[in-house]
Write a protein that binds this ligand. Structure first.
Ligand code: SF4
Ligand code: SF4
Length: 73
């Protein structure tokens, strides 16, 4: 499990990093339909993952046509 210190929104709060969607996303919506915990939503420019809900199953990465979901290192 990986954590970063979120200094912009709340400098005392740690945010979990699970899967995230990079800029290659073409907003097809396939990942959101597959996510077992429904933690993927359409954002302004691409789909986004709620890292606090992600269980790191990898289903989004498996269905994405452009390999936009990545596991945070
Ligand atoms: Fe959802 Fe699994 Fe992708 Fe996390 S890894 S966003 S739980 S489909
Ligand atoms: Fe974006 Fe890939 Fe999800 Fe489609 S499946 S919305 S391209 S991240």
């Amino acid at each position: 499990m990986h954590y970063i210190l979120c200094t912009v929104i709340d400098k005392w709060r740690c945010v979990k990093l699970a899967y995230f969607i990079n800029e290659d996303c073409i907003s097809c919506g396939a990942c959101a339909a597959e996510c077992p915990v429904s933690c993927i939503a359409e954002g302004k420019e691409k789909y986004v993952i709620d890292a606090s809900q992600c269980i790191e199953c990898g289903a989004c990465a498996d269905v994405c046509p452009v390999e936009a979901p990545k596991k945070a290192e």
